[in-house]
Design a protein around this ligand. Structure first.
Ligand SMILES: [Zn+2]
Ligand SMILES: [Zn+2]
Length: 368
């Protein structure tokens, strides 16, 4: 069923990048497969919003979408739905020159570097911590193998007669002579008499590029991975561009990351906080970490476990796991339990609490 990407994300057509990212994050949280296990509707919704985000978060793809597509149904590919070659040609057919980076005036025979391919990839929080490998698939321009990029059929190329192959012409104006670019061949010095049948004279063809990309452990949201030389081909023997994978990390249900530290809020019962207890923390690698809750633990107390945080993406060690303790108080007491608490209340006194004495005294006199 065709769907509008803006509608899918619930944003206006003039939404900013930040709006789009925010909308995507909250929807992704809602429909994430981890949260909706076995729910097929949620799964397909998740895939749809993911596709919408891949297109709308990329300025180039977003403007293509705005110009050409009210709707695209198939959006399951990593390229956000532009995997149909006919759509691709419509989009890039006449703008082919812009596929090259660094195009400038001057000698048209000068080697030019190919354009970059930019792909968005959404990974889970766990994948960002432990690293992952993913297959990227995107349309790529590459030098036509039949004509080696010349655009001409075998023997189909002629030296430009107007400039004798130099690409330049000498023009006399009174006593002056000036060199100008040959208007017949555009400065190339050659003319294609017979176009290459495989690329229709362009010198390039489009292929679906598939590439395995290693996403390193510790990668953070909004980081990008660059695969040098894996982008579009260059012209006149110029280098290929790069493939750039823009990585978005899904938020986790419980863990969050601050720099290389992992933060986890852990609920403990007030009795465990009062009396102390060893508890087990579920770690991201599915192991368990034993943590001692000290007797007399207060609300918001923090336990730091060194070296159990996220790995630094540049390999500079690991952060810490920071556990913030949330103390749960009972809300439902039966008669028997209520009685027991009343018994405790009879034997309590102020000395049980570690308090700021002066403030405590002031408060007491206030409420007397
Ligand atoms: Zn060709
Ligand atoms: Zn010429």
């Amino acid at each position: 069923m065709p769907t509008d990407y803006y509608e899918l994300l619930g944003v206006k057509r003039d939404a900013t990048d930040a709006d789009i990212k925010k909308a995507f994050r909250s929807l992704a949280m809602k429909y994430h497969p981890d949260r909706n296990q076995g729910d097929k509707d949620a799964e397909s919704k998740f895939r749809e919003i993911n596709s919408a985000y891949q297109v709308l978060s990329d300025p180039e793809k977003r403007s293509q979408y705005d110009r050409f597509g009210k709707t695209f149904d198939d959006a399951s590919s990593g390229f956000g739905g532009f995997n149909s070659s006919s759509i691709f040609e419509d989009l890039f057919g006449d703008a082919f020159g812009s596929m090259f980076g660094g195009r400038s005036g001057g000698n048209p025979n000068k080697p030019r570097k190919g354009g970059n391919i930019s792909v968005n990839k959404v990974i889970s929080f766990e994948e960002s911590i432990f690293g992952t490998e993913t297959e990227i698939s995107a349309p790529q321009m590459h030098t036509c193998e039949t004509c080696s990029g010349s655009g001409a059929a075998p023997g189909g190329i002629d030296t430009c007669a107007a400039c004798h192959g130099s690409g330049m012409r000498t023009v006399r104006q009174g006593p002056f002579t000036m060199q100008t670019t040959c208007h017949v061949c555009g400065g190339i010095g050659k003319l294609i008499k017979d176009k290459c049948g495989d690329c229709s004279g362009a010198g390039y063809t489009q292929k679906n590029k598939k590439l395995n990309i290693k996403i390193p452990a510790g990668i953070e949201d909004a980081m990008a991975i660059r695969a040098t030389g894996e982008g579009h081909c260059g012209a006149n023997g110029g280098r290929s561009g790069d493939l750039i994978v823009n990585v978005s990390v899904m938020p986790h249900k419980y863990y969050r990351r601050e720099e290389n530290n992992l933060i986890l809020e852990v609920p403990v019962t007030f009795l465990d906080a009062v009396l102390g207890k060893e508890i087990k923390i579920p770690m991201l690698d599915r192991s368990e970490e034993k943590v001692q809750i000290k007797a007399g633990t207060q609300f918001g107390d923090v336990i730091t476990i060194r070296g159990k945080g996220a790995p630094d993406v540049h390999g500079r060690g690991k952060g810490n796991l920071i556990i913030i303790l949330q103390i749960m108080l009972p809300t439902h007491l039966n008669e028997k339990q209520k009685k027991a608490f009343e018994n405790i209340a009879e034997v309590t006194d102020d000395n049980m609490y570690n308090k700021n004495k002066s403030l405590w005294q002031k408060m007491k006199s206030l409420f007397k």
